[in-house]
Design a protein around this ligand. Sequence first.
Ligand SMILES: [Zn+2]
Length: 89
Amino acid sequence: MWTLARILIAIGAALVLYLIAAAILRKFWIPAPEEPEPGELRPVHHRYRCVVCGAEVTMTAAPTDEVPEAPRHCREDMALVVEADADGG
Ligand SMILES: [Zn+2]
């Protein structure tokens, strides 16, 4: 009878130790954030064309609700391309 009690106590103690060790490891296991906070950006679709050489870029994310400042190319501000509705693709 006492043998069964000691086995149960041993199992309980091992379980408690396991839970404590897991909690400690979980507290120290902090994954390093590698990407910027996605909540700060919103998906956009702005096309800009270089007025000098004609190169075009598409901006796919912007940090604010406003139209982002135009990027520069060939030392000039790129022009925002106003796209017509896609028809006849
Ligand atoms: Zn250019």
